[in-house]
Ligand binder design. Structure first.
Ligand code: MN
Length: 209
């Protein structure tokens, strides 16, 4: 079943926000400015200072960016579980969006591309890869991220609610050589991997206007 972007489009007034419209159906243009091999599916994490600060984790699945809002952002400590609440699918083009969602609009506030890269699906059954669509349906995703800030294996496990908007998941770093309880890129690396800007920079810009 093709994933639709109608929920995404209904929430936004594209005359007012510069966020990408996207197509009706899945399969929009993949961002090309990644600087990494494009055959692999992409992921992006956007830091978003809406009413409450959060990190939007998006994974390319079935031609859209399947999305979760992670209030505290990712942790590299396998003992730390981070709540991830599923949000509506976003168009592929959203992966490069950075800027300000204007006042009065859905999710008003600055957005930066906090990290981006590609991912590899780690789940297999009897030597066969379990498709990401199946992982999603089963509420169990295990992926290896190759980003600028984040590397290594992570799991997304559904805890509550049917798969879809508002279902609650946990984002957990899996144990591997990249696990690191001392490194905390959410606080130590606040810059956009796209522009070098921080959320604070965007907020300052709003003030001078
Ligand atoms: Mn958001």
């Amino acid at each position: 079943m093709a994933r639709l972007l109608s929920a995404y489009q209904k929430k936004r007034d594209f005359k007012k926000t510069k966020e990408p419209v996207g197509k009706k159906k899945a399969g929009g243009k993949r961002p090309t400015a990644w600087g990494v091999a494009q055959r692999r599916p992409i992921f992006v994490i956007q830091q978003h200072a809406a009413r409450a600060m959060h990190y939007d984790l998006r994974l390319e699945i079935g031609g859209v960016l399947v999305s979760w809002a992670v209030p505290k952002g990712p942790s590299l400590n396998p003992k730390t579980k981070r709540l991830a609440v599923m949000t509506e699918d976003h168009p592929m083009e959203y992966g490069k969006f950075e800027g300000i969602i204007p006042k009065g609009q859905y999710g008003a506030g600055p957005v930066i591309v906090w990290d981006r890269g590609t991912y590899k699906n780690l789940r297999d059954k009897d030597g066969k890869i379990v498709s990401m669509e199946t992982c999603l349906r089963e509420g169990r995703i295990e992926i290896f991220l190759r980003g600028k800030k984040l590397k290594g294996a992570f799991a997304l496990i559904r805890m509550r609610g049917a798969v879809g908007t508002k279902s609650q998941w946990l984002l957990i770093k899996l144990k591997d050589e990249y696990a690191d309880a001392r490194r905390n890129p959410v606080s130590s690396e606040p810059e956009s991997v796209k522009t070098g800007k921080t959320i604070k920079d965007w907020k300052e810009k709003l003030k001078v206007k």
